[in-house]
Design a protein around this ligand. Structure first.
Ligand SMILES: C[S@@+](CC[C@H](N)C(=O)[O-])C[C@H]1O[C@@H](n2cnc3c(N)ncnc32)[C@H](O)[C@@H]1O
Length: 263
């Protein structure tokens, strides 16, 4: 077998079906939106994303799965017009509130999903999908993004296939099957005749920045669910063995940052 024999589109779909987590409905994101404030959050991630984008020659931007407007609102300061697209009405409401709070008048929102028709959405110079590509069919969304862009596309996708720290997951014996990672995307774009650029955004993970074993245990149960007594003991042991490593939260959360020009 050689690499051209592999059907990456079908392989991705199969891998996604085998992942443990069922697809999240929009209502789950509405609930998350309620917990977001008016101020921009996650600024380190946004800084890293935005500084990797080349906005030259671009006046319009479409942010797909925009959440509360993480990327679109930052870019809005340099664009004539930005559109945030999301299937969660709660997230779009939060985006409009944040736009008003920042005095931005060039922002519109669009309640739509990846799967809905986009015929009435204008083609934009830049199309981005930040942390919003956990979909059943990757080939479909890569083609859709590329058709919707005039100049360039950017996206971030899980680099290692896990949200929680892999070492802690192993320690707890949680055998979560990894999600499909960015390598599918690189191969799919290559098949589309596209030459993507690849970089990584590595930031402290969800378990980082604790000052005590108790705080760490609280974060671990927030990520992995309620812990049994023996699990708590194992985590405590792991924490005490190397508190500096534990306070850093184990390994970083790594996002693959992928960009491509549209011809
Ligand atoms: C992890 S959040 C990322 C939000 C933002 N892009 C960021 O990086 O902070 C994922 C977002 O994708 C949206 N989303 C998930 N599946 C979607 C779908 N099928 N169609 C449209 N939006 C979707 C969710 O509502 C949520 O706002």
């Amino acid at each position: 077998m050689i690499i051209t024999d592999i059907d990456f589109a079908e392989m991705y779909r199969r891998h996604m079906r085998q992942s443990d987590r069922p697809p999240k409905p929009a209502s789950a994101w509405d609930a998350r939106a309620k917990r977001l404030g008016i101020q921009e959050s996650d600024t380190r991630y946004t800084d890293e994303f935005v500084r990797r984008m080349n906005l030259s020659g671009a006046k319009t931007l479409l942010d797909v799965g925009c959440g509360a407007g993480t990327i679109a609102l930052r870019a809005a300061h340099q664009m004539d017009h930005v559109i945030g697209l999301d299937y969660s009405p709660g997230m779009l409401e939060r985006m409009r509130e944040r736009a008003a709070f920042q005095g931005l008048a060039n922002v519109t929102t669009c309640l739509r999903s990846w799967d809905d028709p986009w015929d009435d959405i204008p083609v934009c110079d830049i199309v981005v999908a930040s942390r919003s590509s956990m979909v059943p069919d990757m080939e479909f969304i890569l083609e859709k993004m590329t058709r919707q862009a005039r100049v360039r596309c950017y996206m971030t996708h899980l680099a290692d296939g896990h949200f929680g720290d892999a070492e802690i997951a192993r320690l707890l014996g949680r055998k979560k099957r990894a999600f499909p990672d960015y390598l599918y995307i690189i191969n799919l774009l290559h098949r589309m005749g596209v030459y993507p650029t690849l970089d990584y955004i590595a930031l402290p993970g969800r378990l980082a920045e604790t000052r005590s074993a108790d705080e760490f245990l609280e974060k671990v149960s927030g990520t992995f669910g309620e812990l049994t007594d023996s699990e708590r003991e194992r985590v405590q042991h792991w924490y005490q063995a190397d508190p500096a490593r534990a306070q850093a939260g184990g390994g970083p959360m790594r996002w693959a940052f992928i960009g491509w020009d549209v011809r």
